[in-house]
Write a protein that binds this ligand. Structure first.
Ligand SMILES: Cc1cc2nc3c(=O)[nH]c(=O)nc-3n(C[C@H](O)[C@H](O)[C@H](O)COP(=O)(O)O)c2cc1C
Length: 326
């Protein structure tokens, strides 16, 4: 089998920014918080995006929305994703203090969730190219590097991937990511490789391929089939973030145990105890997905009343699996 790091690994030039690798961690609502993004970057991800943040929420100074943007100087190359449908709200959000530390603004034009579509946001924008273009131009007026993540269309009868990619480039986007599934496919099914390939053939800016990558073999297949400039991994990045070191050939010596312990420390430094515990439980559950016989330990994790107890249980779970693996 071809090794991704030998055949496809490269630096990614996005506007005036260079990312060290073309293997990216996707935005995932509820998961890609500051600690998680730091872990992915350390393991070799060229970029790791915040979860989608409402441009309107930032405009109206919503505190819960602003909290999603926590970052500090230890996170280098910061990429925020915004969601919305009003160009002036995007412009305000990109120029405002909440996103001031962020180098890259990604625009969500792929979210398939019914409420979002009803509001004309996310994937609904693939039906309205003039509005999508206005949004990109509004973000560009902030002077930040702007990227767009979208799907090929609402369904397989209405594929707009080539025209949409061209519109993004003409409006000033510095990179696009194509999630190779139409809106009606939601998150399942084989990605439409030919749609990602069509986007790549339509523009000169970098094109990143996303969807269904669960192994190095999948990542290589994605590159073979689409000719894309890089890959973006979402759900498998939560389950096994070491995929980033695997694909980039970055030797970090990290294990699930060492990563978990570090994540606990970082989460404690930036979240209150309740939020830190929520995050660690979610992350540990994802990390344990393929480890047999962990049901009782998972239950124990959810019984913990404070962070010290949770740290002890997590240490036990991942310390033991590490011994078994050794
Ligand atoms: C729980 C969950 C949350 C997601 N949140 C976002 C988001 O905030 N922004 C976004 O652009 N895509 C979001 N996505 C889509 C992913 O970024 C990605 O495009 C999709 O999961 C396909 O990649 P995968 O097959 O590697 O998981 C989300 C997906 C899931 C399952």
């Amino acid at each position: 089998m071809k090794k991704f790091s030998e055949v496809y690994l490269k630096k990614l030039h996005i506007g005036n920014i260079t990312a060290d690798s073309n293997v990216l961690m996707a935005p995932l609502a509820g998961y890609t918080s500051y600690p998680f993004r730091r872990m992915c970057r350390k393991l070799g991800a060229g970029l790791a995006f915040t979860e989608m943040v409402s441009a309107n929420g930032l405009k109206y100074n919503d505190r819960a929305t602003a909290k999603l943007l926590y970052t500090d100087e230890a996170e280098t190359l910061k990429a925020v994703q915004l969601l919305g449908s009003v160009p002036s709200a995007f412009e305000y959000a990109c120029k405002g203090e909440y996103t001031a530390d962020y180098d890259i603004v990604d625009i969500n034009m792929g979210c398939p969730v019914p409420n979002i579509i009803k509001s004309g946001e996310g994937c609904a924008l693939t039906r309205d190219l003039p509005l999508a273009s206005e949004i990109i131009e509004a973000c560009k007026r902030s002077g930040k590097v702007v990227t767009v993540k979208f799907r090929p269309g609402m369904n397989r009868k209405n594929i707009v991937v080539s025209e949409f990619a061209k519109m993004c480039e003409a409006s000033g986007a510095d990179m696009i990511t194509v999630h190779g599934r139409t809106r009606d496919m939601m998150y399942d099914g084989e990605p439409l490789y030919e749609c990602i390939e069509a986007a790549k053939n339509a523009v000169n800016i970098p094109v990143i391929a996303n969807g269904g990558i669960y192994s190095e073999e999948d990542a290589v297949k994605m590159m073979d089939r689409t000719g894309a400039d890089g890959v973006m991994i979402a759900r498998y990045g939560m389950e096994n973030p070491m995929i980033f070191s695997e694909l980039t050939g970055k030797e970090t010596g990290e294990t699930k145990y060492s990563l978990m312990m570090e994540q606990i420390n970082i989460a404690q430094s930036c979240f209150d105890e309740t939020a830190a515990m929520d995050y660690i439980r979610k992350l540990a559950s994802y990390f344990m997905k393929k480890i047999p016989g962990t049901k009782a330990l998972k239950q124990e994790m959810y019984m913990c009343g404070n962070m010290q107890e949770l740290r002890n249980v997590t240490e036990k779970i991942f310390g033991e699996t590490e011994k078994q693996d050794a």
